[in-house]
Write a protein that binds this ligand. Structure first.
Ligand SMILES: NC(=O)c1ccc[n+]([C@@H]2O[C@H](COP(=O)([O-])OP(=O)(O)OC[C@H]3O[C@@H](n4cnc5c(N)ncnc54)[C@H](O)[C@@H]3O)[C@@H](O)[C@H]2O)c1
Length: 328
């Protein structure tokens, strides 16, 4: 299959490209704007064609979609904290960018998969969200992702485009930019830097190893029913504080590095996804959290070439703005 993977130079996109090229022999064209989170290095070991451009640019998208069998869209701004500080890029990429991709896919009658998030459902105290739970996003990030999902659904309903939506729970694994909880804590713990935990650390997330999500998206691409939404949740739920404690234990760092910091405004308390529908298609998560976390810590420990340029670059200034203290 020839695939156009938008946002394929980011964390989940690059893992998806690796899984598809390696295990399925797909020809992959990656279209990516290379924001701070998108890096060519993420794909240096995978055969692919690369187009540098934005999904909101119709000329670039039209050329990139030439001759492909399907489009999978990962392209997004993905950090909730950044969406609170500077929401404009979130609106451009999620609303306008998704619209341009859908229009081009409609003109070419190409199957279209939108990668989305459990955050569109908002927070849940007990139980798990299903695909028919109402959308109740809380941040500019999740609200613009929810808007994109609704637009995708409308292209199936109105124009008969073969669309699919995959909503994943919190991913972790290799190649994740260190602003996100797990790589932030792993790298800080390895360096003996303070470990900034929001609020009381009792926010619960449903952790999904990135290769499991990548396989799930591929499964929906191949076997999903057009017009449908599929939740892809991880096998384990953990509080942020327990995640940090597990990292400390595995790295051999000190619990005294933990520092409770002012909570994120509007911080969702708990996310949880039921994945029965995608399981019925034949997908199962293969990596439990304890095992995935060990693999992730090992990867960061063994791949300083990947994170050293990030930790010594613009990320330092971002970190200082966000946490009011410098990285060591
Ligand atoms: N990380 C998670 O835990 C998680 C969970 C569920 C769903 N998702 C979704 O999965 C997708 C990928 O997330 P990620 O964590 O890999 O993000 P990421 O930030 O690591 O990567 C996003 C990629 O999109 C590219 N990009 C951004 N704006 C673009 C634009 N306008 N045009 C072209 N490329 C653009 C970036 O350069 C980058 O390569 C997102 O849609 C996100 O909402 C993420």
């Amino acid at each position: 299959m020839r695939l156009l993977v938008c946002g394929g130079a980011g964390f989940i996109g690059s893992n998806f490209v690796r899984v598809r090229a390696r295990d399925h022999g797909d020809d992959v064209v990656v279209l990516d704007k290379l924001t701070y989170a998108g890096r060519r290095e993420n794909l240096q070991d995978v055969e692919h064609e690369f187009v540098h451009g934005a999904i909101e640019d119709p000329a670039v998208v039209t050329a990139a979609m030439e001759g492909v069998d399907a489009v999978v869209n990962f392209a997004a701004e993905t950090h909730v904290d950044r969406s609170i500080a500077e929401p404009d890029a979130f609106v451009t990429t999620h609303a306008l960018g998704t619209y341009v991709l859908l229009e081009t896919a409609r003109a070419r009658r190409v199957r279209y998969v939108q990668v989305s998030t459990d955050e569109v459902y908002g927070s849940i105290e007990e139980g798990s969200f299903t695909e028919s739970s109402p959308l109740a996003p809380s941040s500019p990030y999740s609200a613009t992702k929810a808007g994109a999902d609704l637009l995708v659904g409308s292209y199936h309903h109105t124009y008969g485009l073969e669309t699919l939506i995959c909503r994943g729970s919190n991913n972790y694994g290799p190649y994740q930019y260190p602003e996100k909880l797990i790589p932030l804590m792993v790298l800080n713990a390895l360096h003996g830097d303070r470990l900034p935990v929001y609020g009381d650390g009792m926010n619960v997330r449903n952790w999904l190893y990135v290769e499991d999500f990548a396989r799930g998206i591929g499964h929906v691409l191949e076997h999903g029913v057009p017009g449908e939404v599929y939740n892809v949740g991880g096998p384990d739920e953990t509080t942020n504080l327990d995640v940090v404690r597990s990292i400390i234990e595995y790295v051999g760092a000190s619990e005294e590095l933990i520092e409770f910091v002012t909570d994120r405004p509007g911080h969702d308390r708990r996310y949880s996804l039921g994945s029965e529908k995608v399981r019925a298609l034949g997908w199962e998560a293969q990596v439990r959290f304890a095992e995935g976390l060990r693999r992730t810590v090992d990867w960061y420990r063994d791949n300083a070439w990947w994170w050293e340029p990030i930790r010594s670059g613009d990320y330092r200034a971002y970190y200082e703005r966000q946490y009011g203290r410098a990285l060591g």
